[in-house]
Design a binder for this molecule. Structure first.
Ligand code: NAP
Length: 481
């Protein structure tokens, strides 16, 4: 249980309250945890002005100086990892062990980008003219704004704020209305670590979401906008950015990840990978396997083993021991999952495990395995965002690739095989930004995370993640005799 925590927004190094507030709920119990300021466009403009005022001094520091402050922020996060994890579970619902994993994962971006910004190298380019020399330097893009989702209340923030701040930018964050308290804890730790005022700002809102989004996207002061969330909202905000000031954008959007199980796989490894990939955070991650494609000659055996493993997953509030599946984030999510599963069953799918809400509480869905799923069903074509594994049969490599690629999305793809040549072929043929072979988990701070097609633009993590917050400036040095 989180002990004390901040409930006001954080703008220009000050805690900002408001007469207008909105409730933050515990999704496991529906109890109100806190009332948080419901801010509007003018508060967001204040935060942008603060970030603008802080930019000259922060960007003028050397990367080494910035890294020292970021190190202190990282260490404060690690020292408070248990408190962060308790809050992630309390407002976001995920099991505590997963929340602890997120606290460490979230902090790792701050450590890694602080170090990596020291290596923001430009280059010299061999000249084409004896009287000239060419080079490039890297410079921070300027004031940034970010909007993040609830499914990783901490990591989706640090994956944007850390590269921005390490690069010398300043940032204004709008966290989701479901999980603003973890964001405010990060602000509290930033203050404690000595991140200067105005460098990291958190503007909380619920009713003001649309006006704050518009303010961020249309502000001429803001030079970069980064969004993680649904494809529909990402498209809208991306259009606003381009249509107003042509600012730089990163969009980390929805997925519809396939997980392919070939007959030549290690079956136990595939079952374990499918559980890790599909049921983490009750299926509410953008890189969760949405659908599982299984080769026909092992379909029955794999289905049986997966269903047995899924039935063993314990459902309950995330702060209780041994829980594998916590609540869904809200009733809207519950209704969507219920509807998609009922539709699939009506159309001929067979539940091998689960298939219904769970009696442990209002927002819990029993982990489910559906056999006999067809390509036309919504559980195959749309992101489920719940603990439901639809199984589809395939009979050839070509058919598997065709089903996997038959979607406008392209975030993550997984497959299990022991054939090295097949591994190369499939990795190259799947139209996804990230591929994981024989492993259900793929993200960490050193690798580039992001999608192709309608899953978004840009990358977070890795050297690519830093580039998103740097401009490349070309300098021509002429007049050589
Ligand atoms: P969402 O509705 O798009 O919300 C995400 C964020 O956008 C929230 O902070 C939300 O604020 C804000 N928002 C919503 N409408 C807005 C508007 N008109 N203007 C400005 N901001 C707006 O997404 P979600 O359903 O909560 O999150 C799940 C989605 O995120 C899934 O599709 C998932 O795949 C995707 N996701 C992608 C990644 C990735 O890296 N690619 C990672 C995690 C999640 P409020 O909370 O105030 O409404």
């Amino acid at each position: 249980m989180a002990s004390s925590f901040r409930t006001d927004a954080y703008i220009n190094g000050e805690w900002r309250g408001s007469a207008k507030r909105f409730p933050v709920y515990n999704p496991a119990t529906q109890e109100v945890i806190a009332q948080v300021p419901d801010l509007g466009a003018s508060d967001c403009e204040d935060a942008i002005a603060a970030a603008d005022a802080a930019f000259p001094a922060w960007s003028a520091k050397t990367a080494k100086e910035r890294a020292a402050v970021m190190r202190a922020w990282y260490e404060a996060m690690m020292a408070d990892a248990d408190r962060l994890a308790a809050m992630i579970t309390r407002e976001g619902g995920k099991p505590l062990a997963e929340a602890k994993g997120e606290a460490v994962y979230g902090a790792s971006f701050v450590e890694w980008f602080g170090e990596e910004a020291k290596r923001a190298y430009g280059r010299t380019i061999p000249t084409t003219t004896p009287t000239r020399r060419y080079l490039t330097i890297k410079q921070p893009v300027g004031v940034c704004c970010a909007v993040t989702p609830w499914n990783f209340p901490m990591a989706m923030i640090t994956r944007k704020a850390a590269p921005a701040i390490a690069a010398g930018c300043t940032i204004v964050l709008k966290p989701p209305h479901q999980t603003p308290l973890t964001a405010l804890m990060l602000a509290e730790l930033a203050e404690k670590a000595g991140i200067p005022k105005g460098v990291f700002n958190v503007v909380t809102t619920h009713a003001g979401t649309e006006e704050i989004g518009r303010t961020m996207c249309e502000s001429p002061i803001v030079k970069k906008f980064s969004f993680t969330g649904s494809t529909a909202v990402g498209k809208k905000l991306g259009a606003l950015c381009v249509g107003s000031t042509v600012k730089r954008i990163s969009l980390e959007l929805g997925g519809n990840a396939p997980l392919l199980v070939f007959a030549d796989c290690d079956m136990d490894q595939a079952v374990k990978g499918a559980i890790a990939c599909k049921f983490r955070n009750a299926g509410q991650t953008c890189v969760c396997a949405n659908r599982i494609l299984v080769e026909d000659n092992i379909y029955d055996e794999f289905s049986k083993k997966l269903a047995e493993a899924v039935k063993a997953l314990k459902v309950g509030p995330g702060d209780q021991d041994g829980i594998a599946i916590g609540p869904l984030i809200d009733m809207k999510a519950m209704e969507k999952v219920e509807r998609m599963v009922a539709e699939a069953i009506d159309a001929g799918a067979t539940p091998l495990a689960g298939g219904k809400p769970n009696s442990v509480g209002k927002q819990f869905f029993t982990p489910t395995v559906l056999a006999n799923v067809t390509r036309a069903m919504r559980v195959n074509t749309e992101e489920i965002f719940g603990p439901v594994a639809p199984l589809i049969k395939f009979s050839s490599e070509d058919e598997a690739v065709a089903i996997a690629n038959d979607t406008p999305f392209g975030l993550a793809g997984y497959f299990f095989t022991k054939d090295v040549h097949r591994a190369w072929r499939i990795a190259e043929r799947l139209q996804y930004g990230m591929i994981s072979i024989n492993d259900g988990i793929l993200s960490n701070e050193v690798v580039p995370f992001g999608g192709v097609k309608e899953s978004g633009l840009g990358r977070e993590g890795g050297v690519e993640g830093l580039e998103e917050y740097l401009d490349t400036k070309y300098i021509n040095f002429g007049g050589f005799a």
